[in-house]
Design a protein around this ligand. Structure first.
Ligand SMILES: [Zn+2]
Length: 271
C-alpha cells in the first residue's frame, strides 16, 4: 500500500481587517496525497497560495478544493478572482465544498459579473459553469472519495450571524485530521463536537474584542476550558490590535493554546 502524505498548514491567523499582515489572513490548507483542500477564500488567496509550501495538482492557483464556512467578506473576498484563475488559467472549475444555502448566497454575490459569458458576451452562465459543487448537510457526513476524505458537519449553524455558518471535522481513512470552528461566539456544545474522538488539532477563532459577544469568541472564554482541551486549540481570525493581549494572556495563564500558524509543524504519514 502506498504511503499517504498529509500536511496541514495555516499560513495566516489574523482576521481580514488587520492591515499590514502581508495578505496572510485566516487561511488553512490541507495537503493530502499532493492535492490541496483549502478552508476559506480570503481576499489575497490567489497571491498567498503559491507561497505556501504544498503540493497541488492545480499549477496556477494551488487550490484543488475549497471549503467555505459562510458568506462574510473576510471568508470569500478572494472567491471571484479564484474562479477566474481556475477558468482562464487552468481551464477548470473550482471544486467548492459548502452548504447549499452558502453556495446560493455566494452565487447571489458574484452573479452580476458571472451570469453572462465573458468571451462571447451573451451566453447565459450559471454557478455550475464555474463551480463543481459538493454539498455539506448539517449533522451529516459527506464522502469525497477522489480526495480520500470525509467531512462531518456540525448539527446546526454556528452562533455567528443571522445567516448560516458551518463548522466541521475532516477525516481521512477514519482518522480525524482537523476540526474547524468557523466564526462563532463561544459555544461549549460546538467545542464538544470539535474535540470529540481523537487528539486531532482544532482550529478555533478568537475574533472577539469583548467577552460574551454574540458573533465571535474572546480569548478569556477559551481560557476557561480544561487545559487538555486548550492543548488541542490552534487559534485564528485574530484582530491584529488584540494579538499582543492574546499572547500575554496565554502566557500568564500558562495555557497550551497555540496560534494557527504553528500547525505548520504537523506532518503525518499514514499507510
Ligand atoms: Zn470572519
Amino acid at each position: 500500500m502506498s504511503i499517504k502524505k498529509i500536511q496541514i498548514k495555516a499560513p495566516g491567523y489574523h482576521d481580514m481587517f488587520s492591515v499590514s499582515t502581508g495578505g496572510l489572513e485566516n487561511l488553512t490548507v490541507l495537503e493530502i496525497n499532493e492535492k490541496t483542500i483549502v478552508i476559506e477564500a480570503p481576499a489575497h488567496i490567489t497571491a498567498t497560495m503559491p507561497n505556501v509550501i504544498i503540493k497541488s495538482a492545480s499549477v496556477l492557483t494551488k487550490v484543488d478544493a475549497l471549503i467555505i464556512t459562510h458568506s462574510d467578506a473576510d471568508h470569500i473576498a478572494g472567491l471571484d478572482s479564484l474562479i477566474w484563475h481556475k477558468l482562464f488559467g487552468e481551464n477548470s472549475r473550482l471544486l467548492l465544498i459548502t452548504h447549499k444555502e452558502v453556495a446560493k448566497q455566494l452565487w447571489q454575490r458574484i452573479s452580476t459579473a458571472f451570469e453572462t459569458d465573458r468571451v462571447d458576451g451573451k451566453t447565459p452562465r450559471d454557478f455550475d459553469h464555474y463551480v463543481e459543487f459538493i454539498e455539506l448537510k448539517l449533522g451529516e457526513t459527506t464522502y469525497i472519495n477522489h480526495l480520500g476524505i470525509k467531512i462531518e458537519s456540525f448539527k446546526r449553524s454556528t452562533k455567528h450571524a443571522p445567516f448560516l455558518s458551518i463548522a466541521f471535522r475532516v477525516l481521512q481513512k477514519g482518522t480525524l485530521l482537523i476540526a474547524y470552528s468557523g466564526d462563532t461566539s463561544f459555544d461549549p456544545e460546538l467545542i464538544e463536537f470539535l474535540v470529540k474522538g481523537e487528539n486531532h488539532p482544532v482550529i478555533h477563532e478568537v475574533g472577539s474584542y469583548t467577552v460574551g459577544s454574540t458573533s465571535h469568541t474572546h480569548i478569556e472564554e477559551l481560557l476557561t476550558l480544561p487545559k487538555d482541551i486548550q492543548a488541542r486549540m490552534f487559534i485564528n481570525h485574530i484582530p491584529i490590535s488584540l494579538e499582543e493581549m492574546i499572547r500575554r494572556r496565554i502566557k500568564e495563564e500558562k495555557s497550551p493554546i497555540r496560534f494557527a500558524n504553528e500547525l505548520k509543524n504537523i506532518k503525518m504519514k499514514r499507510k
